[in-house]
Design a protein around this ligand. Sequence first.
Ligand code: THU
Length: 133
Amino acid sequence: MKENQETLFTSAKQIFDNAYAPYSNFNVAVSLLGCNKKVYSGVNVENSSYPEGICAEAAAIGKMISDGCRKIEEILILADTKNPTTPCGGCRQRLMEFSATSTPVYLCNLEELLKITNMGDLLPGAFDLKTIK
Ligand code: THU
């Protein structure tokens, strides 16, 4: 793994067990590299009222925005799976809000980097008010 990938991976692994996922038993951790070179990591936070749960992506984005950073340079998603865990449709749109189509997305399990993709490939034709108005 490259240095940035390693940094994001380590940060996601550190908080992975903090995920609150008693309903799905599916922990996810997401790390974002902001344009200020800081790392923002979050985990999924489920709720007894299922639709009120939030994804790890939303948790990480909330931290980044709260810290005053508005541009994502790299994204890492980590789950304990054999095959890569890709973000849900809603989270693709959430991530795209602060990304470029070229923004790399690293999909990992607890051991290794499984796949590298980017936001444009994950969400072609993203809804973007700036380009349609
Ligand atoms: N989940 C995430 O937090 N991020 C993803 O990229 C995929 C899914 C969460 C939502 C829910 O808490 C659990 O994983 C199972 O869907």
